[in-house]
Design a protein around this ligand. Structure first.
Ligand SMILES: Cc1cc2nc3c(=O)[nH]c(=O)nc-3n(C[C@H](O)[C@H](O)[C@H](O)COP(=O)(O)OP(=O)(O)OC[C@H]3O[C@@H](n4cnc5c(N)ncnc54)[C@H](O)[C@@H]3O)c2cc1C
Length: 529
């Protein structure tokens, strides 16, 4: 082995979290190498030209959760990060009407008045409550979860901090937080709104990426998780990265490289090397070894601990907890290259709605029925969809006059009866186009190219087990001090020298970078500058 293959830290996987960890460690003076299996960095946050001239955010497509402290610390705008706002969310309805939410609060209120005066009033109060709740939970995103079963001074201090934090909530807000932690999104929204399409559209953010329906207890927390975003200080705003989500990963990679990190692509790791209970490096699939006293995995725990690490190296109890950790894929993605824009019957012609999101969530029953299909091992015949037109926000994404359309789809269960194959993939793609055609009949005539990604495809390309977009369900039983396993939520693992930094760590998935940053800060406590 050459000296060139010896580092202070090895990061497995160049998803955005792995890159964030690399950047922070390199800034602290560590010699860092990132090893990525694919030919490009980004993991689930990549931009690829899958059809000549058309650029796709192949998997993740909007950003909001990326932590502002990371943007600041790594000075990501100077490395090319630019976030463009999404202007609206429009839900076409089955009766030809629509529900719109605009960036302008008063305009949205007027729209709600059109549907229900009562809901327009509730909208203001609900907005205030959710803002308050998100502000209450937000500090936890930047916190290393204390272990409530431990008497170590750092854990006791963390629990005290947490207690003091929540004591600041008055009764009303504490009760609301408890409800958000335990209820279904649908039941929670029933307490606020009477208009079905409003509840259906709002509850959708409680199901994204989960194997839950809007009436499944626990989905209200996911609603809150998606509420915590912030762009340039504009709370709860979702935006589109200029150049697609790959531009986010590229900007972090650029910051990491500028700080001295080496990023190697086409370098799949086959095994974590350990001796005497301590990790000392990795073996690539081609047999090459890279050595370092710190090895950080950004992969999901099934992949990290059940595939890359020798089975007898980890305690049986930990391995059992990782086996119990729930990773079920529920989402698919359809990317379309178009000759023109879809013409929505509810809002004919080209309009501002093409610069925002289109939510295919016309009724609660529609979304719940979509989930019913998945529960019974089928893809949704009429799926919930979150659609954007990246070329309307960033014209560089498609040739002049042409467009790209990004369709996030639920449900596409990883556990589909009989497994996924090419026939089922095409049938799933057809169901998506049929469902869009119900609201925009011209869709069938304007498609140049369609890329259909099932959970099996997502796993095959990115390595995300079962195609689960968050590296594991965002459910209370596997969040905070339980993510990914009881006693191992502080980015360390039972194998000394092996750390974890991906979305399967606290505070969970989405393009957030929080796990990547917290992992680096913990590593630097163990291995000082
Ligand atoms: C279809 C889809 C849509 C989504 N939409 C959104 C969205 O709009 N907004 C949002 O915020 N989030 C979204 N998400 C979630 C978000 O993209 C992910 O939670 C996040 O990108 C995960 O980042 P990560 O760095 O933790 O892990 P990953 O992105 O999974 O990175 C892990 C990396 O490790 C690499 N790797 C795997 N195995 C090996 C190996 N053996 N050796 C070397 N490298 C390896 C992979 O190739 C990958 O690059 C979406 C995800 C998907 C799949």
């Amino acid at each position: 082995m050459t000296v060139a293959n010896r580092y202070d830290a090895i990061i497995i996987g160049a998803g955005h979290n792995g890159l964030v960890t690399a950047a922070y460690l390199a800034r602290a003076g560590k010699r860092v190498v990132v090893l990525e299996q694919r030919h490009l960095v980004g993991g689930a946050a990549v931009t690829e030209e899958i059809y000549p001239g058309f650029k796709f955010s192949v998997f993740s497509y909007v950003v909001s959760l990326l932590r502002p402290e990371i943007i600041r610390d790594l000075n990501l705008p100077s490395h090319g990060l630019e976030i463009l706002p999404l202007e609206s969310t429009v839900t076409p309805m089955l009766d030809g009407d629509y529900l719109a939410g605009w960036a302008d609060h008063d305009k949205t209120r007027q729209e709600y008045v059109r549907h229900s005066l009562r809901d327009a009033d509730a909208y203001d109060e609900y907005g205030k409550l959710m803002h308050h709740m998100a502000m209450a939970v937000k500090p936890i995103l930047a916190m290393v979860p204390p272990d409530p079963t431990s008497l170590a001074p750092s854990d006791l201090k963390g629990m005290l901090q947490l207690g003091n934090h929540f004591r600041k909530l008055d009764k009303k807000h504490f009760h609301a937080l408890y409800k958000l932690m335990t209820m279904s999104a649908g039941d929670f929204l029933d307490e606020w709104f009477e208009t079905d399409v409003i509840k259906a559209t709002r509850s959708a953010s409680g199901i994204i990426g989960t194997f839950m329906g809007p009436r499944t207890p626990g989905s209200a927390y996911v609603l809150l998780h998606h509420y915590m975003g912030e762009i340039d200080g504009a709370f709860r705003a979702w935006g589109f990265a200029k150049g697609g989500t790959g531009a986010i990963s590229e900007s972090i990679a650029s910051a990491a490289r500028a700080a001295g990190a080496e990023v190697r692509v086409n370098a799949p790791v086959g095994r974590v090397l350990s001796r005497g209970g301590k990790a000392y490096g990795v073996a690539l699939e081609n047999g090459d070894e890279v050595h370092a006293p710190v090895v950080v995995t950004s992969l999901d725990p099934r992949r990290s601990f059940l595939k890359l690490v020798e089975p007898d190296v980890l305690p049986a109890e930990f391995v059992e907890d990782i086996r119990r950790y729930k990773i079920r894929g529920s989402s698919g993605k359809v990317n379309l290259a178009l000759s023109a824009l879809p013409d929505f019957t509810c809002l004919p012609g080209v309009g501002p709605h093409h610069r925002g999101a289109i939510s295919i969530s016309p009724t609660m029953e529609y979304v719940e029925t979509a989930y019913d299909d998945a529960k019974h091992g089928r893809f949704s015949r009429r799926p919930y969809m979150d659609i954007i037109f990246p070329s309307m926000i960033d014209p560089g994404m498609a040739p002049p006059g042409k467009h790209v359309m990004s369709v996030f789809v639920q449900y596409a269960p990883s556990s589909i009866t009989g497994g996924w194959d090419a026939t089922k993939r095409e049938a799933f793609g057809d169901a998506v186009i049929d469902a869009i055609a119900q609201f925009a009949p011209n869709i069938r005539n304007i498609i140049f190219h369609r890329q259909v990604l099932t959970p099996a495809d997502i796993e095959a390309i990115t390595g995300l087990t079962d195609g689960n977009i968050f590296q594991g369900e965002l459910a209370l039983n596997q969040l905070f001090f339980l993510r990914p396993a009881p006693g191992w939520a502080k980015f360390r693992t039972p194998l000394a020298g092996l750390y974890q930094c991906g979305s399967a760590t606290h505070p969970g998935g989405g393009i957030m970078g929080a796990g990547g940053r917290l992992a680096a800060l913990e590593i630097l406590k163990d291995v000082p500058r």
